[in-house]
Structure formats: structure tokens, C-alpha cells
Design a protein. Structure first.
Length: 161
């Protein structure tokens, strides 16, 4: 009970990512299923960068509550040389990668950009979240050239100009 009150007292959206939109969401507690991978640990988090309905990059986060790693791939599972955490061996291509990409593109259809987060669990794919501004839009890539590379896939809709 005390832990729940503590969570409800926090002002979200003011943290390191300054995700301002969270500050406008009424504070509530949501109880979700605790997800585990095949090894019983927190599963890998697959984040699909979808521009105008097409997935161009896949970010993989491993070890979220331990020694977190982060790496990027093309949809064909070619490694993209971005810095993103502790070094690690390239993970195997997920068996259901094509299905996850198709799902991410369906969820991103009709929008200029969205990051779709999914989990590949035994026997099912689980939806995580949609984000229009990952890390508050303030998470530069290293090397910096990938800021432009990612941005080249985005065409600002007329309503933004």
C-alpha cells in the first residue's frame, strides 16, 4: 500500500527524459502481468522504429534491471553500429521477427513516426507501448551521424509545417 502511494505521489514527465506528455496523464496504478522470457528473466525488449508505416530499425534492449545493453539492427537483422550500452554478442535473429515487424507496421500505419515496443515470449508476442517521442526526443545517437540517418526517413506532414 505504501509503495503504491509513493508511485502515485511522483510527478512523471519530469525525469531525465522530460517526457512532458506523461505529466498530463491522471495518476493511476495499473497492474500488469509480470513478463518473463524462456529463461525466467525479464525478456528482451524489441523497439521498432516505424516511419510512414515502414519499419527501418529495430532496437533491442537486454538486461533492463541488470547490466542493460542496447543495440540496433535493420529489419533484415544487419547490425547498425550505434553505441548503446555495454558491449555484447549479437543476439540471434528472433524467430518471429517478420511477424513482429508486420505487427509494428500495422500499428504504425497512418502516422509519420512511431516507435512500437514488443516482447517476443514463448508462444506469443506481447505489446509494450507506442511512443511518438522516444526518450523525450532527447536521446542523441553515437556516432552523431545516425541522428541524420534516422531523420532522413521522416517527412514532416503538412500539418507540422
Amino acid at each position: 500500500m505504501a509503495l503504491g502511494r509513493s508511485w502515485l505521489s511522483q510527478l512523471y514527465g519530469q525525469g531525465p527524459n522530460r517526457e512532458w506528455a506523461y505529466g498530463h496523464v491522471p495518476r493511476r496504478l495499473i497492474v500488469e502481468e509480470f513478463l518473463t522470457g524462456p529463461d525466467g528473466a525479464v525478456p528482451d525488449d524489441y523497439k521498432f522504429f516505424v516511419f510512414h508505416g515502414t519499419c527501418h530499425y529495430v532496437q533491442v534492449d537486454r538486461g533492463r534491471f541488470e547490466r542493460r545493453t542496447q543495440d540496433f539492427f535493420t529489419p533484415e537483422w544487419t547490425h547498425v553500429p550505434l553505441s548503446g550500452g555495454h558491449p555484447w554478442d549479437k543476439p540471434p535473429r528472433p524467430e518471429r521477427l517478420d511477424e513482429m515487424i508486420e505487427l509494428a507496421e500495422r500499428l504504425g500505419h497512418g502516422t509519420d513516426f512511431v516507435r512500437v515496443d514488443l516482447y517476443d515470449l514463448p508462444g506469443r508476442i506481447v505489446f509494450g507501448e507506442l511512443s511518438s517521442f522516444p526518450a523525450g526526443g532527447d536521446s542523441p545517437f553515437e556516432p552523431e551521424s545516425f541522428n541524420l540517418e534516422f531523420g532522413n526517413h521522416w517527412i514532416a506532414p503538412r500539418r507540422y509545417r
